[in-house]
Design a protein around this ligand. Structure first.
Ligand code: SAH
Length: 218
């Protein structure tokens, strides 16, 4: 017989601890959000395996450990306003919404965004705002009228740090962004300081590409 999802979720949290995740807010968020809601029905039995899984449109729901690493490195605060690029399944949006004040999330594929919006609304989140469009241009929406964010999380692989995302990061703010070619990238933590950008490497990773529809936005 299959373990109950609740028990599988506890097991995943323990696995994240063994892998070096120590942030109580991050572990708590993983203990709360049911990943089985965000995967395709045919993959529900694999929802708590620590790996990425296919979602619609040839995209993936990120690996739990990879999300946990990014969330931990971002040093999220309950007062933070966060910009997420690549809504995808909405799973990471839910984890963020458990920890911070507001999440503004951008997805270029309408089908995925609408699907995530439905699941997240049903789950009761009222601190997540959605935009369908190219994340290279950042938020760009009248409501909520944020021009700058405390944290930015890019969950697809970029070729460079998008200039509009740097503009929309507060001084003192942090951005997690995988940079590199298809297949393998390096995760970078970019901190915006008074003097410019402080860029730190945080290990290897593998994300689907951040698609650039309009090259002038790069
Ligand atoms: N955190 C998500 C990751 C989804 S995969 C999850 O765990 O489900 C990355 C997503 O980024 C895909 O849905 C893809 O369509 C989206 N994406 C790719 N390029 C983009 C762009 N330029 N702007 C916005 N979203 C983009």
């Amino acid at each position: 017989m299959r373990m109950r999802f609740e028990d599988q979720r506890i097991r995943l949290v323990n696995e994240l601890k063994l892998e070096g995740i120590t942030s109580p807010v991050v572990l708590n968020a993983f203990a709360k959000v049911p990943r089985e809601y965000y995967v395709l029905p045919e993959y529900r039995d694999y929802a708590y395996q620590n790996r990425p899984l296919p979602i619609k449109e040839g995209q993936t729901i990120s690996q739990p450990l990879m999300i946990a690493i990014m969330l931990q490195l971002l040093d999220l605060q309950p007062t933070d306003i966060v910009l997420e690029i690549g809504t995808g399944s909405g799973y990471q949006s839910a984890l963020l919404a458990e920890i911070v004040k507001e999440v503004c999330t951008v997805e270029r594929l309408e089908t995925l965004s609408l699907n995530a919006q439905k699941i997240l609304r049903n789950a009761g989140y009222n601190n997540i705002y959605f935009r369908i469009g190219d994340g290279y241009s950042g938020w760009q929406k009248a409501y909520p009228p944020h021009k700058e964010f405390d944290k930015i999380l890019v969950s697809a692989a970029a070729r460079e740090v998008p200039k509009h995302l740097v503009e929309q990061l507060k001084t003192g703010g942090k951005m997690a962004i995988p940079i590199g070619k298809t297949g393998f990238q390096i995760l970078y933590i970019v901190t915006k300081t008074e003097d410019g950008l402080d860029i730190a490497e945080a290990g290897g990773c593998s994300f689907v590409p951040l698609v650039c529809d309009d090259k002038t936005l790069r």
